[in-house]
Design a protein around this ligand. Structure first.
Ligand code: SAM
Ligand code: ZN
Length: 343
């Protein structure tokens, strides 16, 4: 049985293929093409569909790898079928990316990418990562500590925390190699997170990355949140409850504005709509769930877009988020949010 995806025609026997990830791969092809011509290691290839599409659609060179010999046979067939000659490895992705230098490493595992990140950071310039272990990243403290060395708990905005736990982990790992990290685009969709970053080995730029890592202090009672940098003191919440420290997390930007603009220029409608939502989102780390806050203060839930406008009229920065219709991002604190909700 064949599957046609983008410009690739592939067989999927004996290798994992998830048609639900097609939108992700469609977006990836735009990401890869805006990165410019380069060589990518599709480090956990399965059928090889992502690397094959990278060659056919994004003008990349690609190498393929899967630890499962059956998947490697499928990759070989798929390369032949698409008239492609390329290197194929059958190794643990961590060993391969540590041994050999690739300009770009793509990590697309079952579940957690945590164990692949350190090796991938060794040589690469571009790093692309998928995570589907969302509980460990956004709400389950023991799993978060085990896999990502970060304390997480369930807040009103789990995916904002989750994406920042993942990026925080990537950034802290890259720092061990004296690399600064700059996100190009990151998104949350359905059951997964996807992040694309560029890394620069530069002793003068690593400080910028260190400054973008810290904590979010969170109040479980009233959903108040505060940004805390390393060395800052935790405060008692205005409501009298204690605030809990979540992190370390990435507190910096989630996108490169010029990069997204170039993607938008090359995109087709469905993808463009998604990219426009990402573009509209302010780069600020604190988000709030309107229904949760409104339920706490017994007020009706306003339309997100109207509330965003109201916050802006009151002098705050504010936006919706790309991954949920009723979250807002804003630099207004919880007291100010409640005041605006009450007017
Ligand atoms: C989620 S699938 C990859 C899907 C593929 N990237 C795509 O876009 O369709 C994960 C693949 O990683 C492979 N794998 C698991 N552990 C690995 C390891 N340590 N090194 C290399 N490959 C591994 C599995 O055999 C499986 O084929
Ligand atoms: Zn509080």
């Amino acid at each position: 049985m064949f599957v046609i995806e983008g410009k690739a025609k592939i067989v999927v026997e004996n290798a994992f293929y998830n048609p639900r990830m097609r939108f992700c791969r469609d977006l990836d092809m735009l990401v890869f093409s805006v990165m410019g011509r380069h060589k990518i290691l599709d480090a956990l290839s399965a059928t090889g569909v992502r690397g094959i599409r990278a060659i056919l659609e994004a003008d990349c060179e690609a190498s393929f790898n899967d630890v499962n010999p059956k998947a490697v046979k499928t990759i070989k067939k798929n390369l032949e079928m698409n008239g492609i000659e390329a290197e194929i490895f059958c190794m643990d992705a961590s060993i391969l990316s540590r041994m050999k230098k690739f300009e770009h490493v793509d990590i697309d595992p079952f579940g957690s990418p945590a164990n692949f990140i350190e090796s991938a950071c060794t040589h690469t310039k571009f790093l692309s990562v998928t995570a589907t272990d969302l509980e460990a990243l956004c709400c389950k403290s023991s799993a978060g500590l085990r896999k990502y060395s970060a304390f997480v708990l369930k807040t009103d905005v789990p995916h904002e925390i989750g994406l920042r736990t993942l990026l925080g982990f990537i950034a802290r790992t890259a720092l061990r190699f004296d690399k600064a990290v700059y996100p190009l685009i990151c998104w949350v969709k359905e059951h997964y997170y996807r992040v694309h970053v560029v890394m620069k080995k530069s002793s003068s730029e690593v400080m910028k990355t260190i400054e973008k890592i810290g904590y979010i202090a969170f109040c479980k009672t009233c959903f108040s949140k505060k940004i805390l940098k390393f060395g800052d003191n935790a405060e008692i919440c205005h409501c009298g409850d204690k605030m809990v420290l979540i992190g370390p997390l990435w507190l910096g930007e989630l996108k490169d504005v010029d990069f997204i603009q170039k993607m938008i220029q090359r995109s087709e409608r469905k993808i463009r709509d998604f990219l426009l939502k990402i573009q509209k989102e302010i780069d600020y780390p604190l988000a709030y769930s309107l229904p949760k806050i409104c339920s706490h203060i017994s007020k009706p839930v306003p339309s997100t877009s109207k509330f965003v406008e109201k916050l802006k009229e009151n002098g705050f920065i504010a936006s919706s988020v790309h991954y949920c219709g009723y979250f807002v991002k804003t630099d207004a604190d919880i007291k100010e949010i409640i005041k605006v909700l009450s007017t």
